[in-house]
Design a protein around this ligand. Sequence first.
Ligand code: PA5
Ligand code: NI
Length: 196
Amino acid sequence: MTYVEPIAHQVRLVDGTIPTAHAVQERRLSDLRGLFADREAEAALMAEDPLVYRVYDAADLPKEDGHLQFSTTVIQPGRVGDEFFMTKGHYHARADRAELYYGLSGRGMLVLQTPEGRAEALPMVAGTAAYVPPHWGHRTVNTGDEPFVFLAAYPADAGYDYGTIARDGFAGLVVAGTCGPRVVPNPRFRRDGPGT
Ligand code: PA5
Ligand code: NI
């Protein structure tokens, strides 16, 4: 039997960073091209190409059944038109894999959808534990005016299907309204789902 060593990483609660992270992924607006509903606002902001979010992957663990990967995501405050800064969003490549999110700071929303296009949105603040069940596409949105930070833990073999979201979009968009953030239907959403 070969044992993987137990590990512990410090997550800085002040800013969500993991100083000893194995990998840090940076996503700028150009990495999310075509995902925001207001294409004119997106094009206008593209010259600046602002940082939208970073993901700190804690450890380099085997991407195998039985292991758990964990990471933090730090989404910057900002908007493209009325739509709040958000992650790309994905289904898991192994679609039957679940995930747990835990809010660390700021405020946001976890937006989910089934492959048939049923949308759900869960508000998240520091201390919110949110469950992403198997088969639900998921994306997070910063609805506040400071960074929105959360920890994610998921089966290390879950993988990412970004292509379905890039093609179909998300059923629900999170936009700024006069009484705060609200979820509105995405007129461009295609109800095709993964594997079609
Ligand atoms: O595993 C997750 O669901 C998260 O860690 C996300 O990967 C992270 O929030 C970034 O979102 P995305 O992978 O959709 O770019
Ligand atoms: Ni995920």
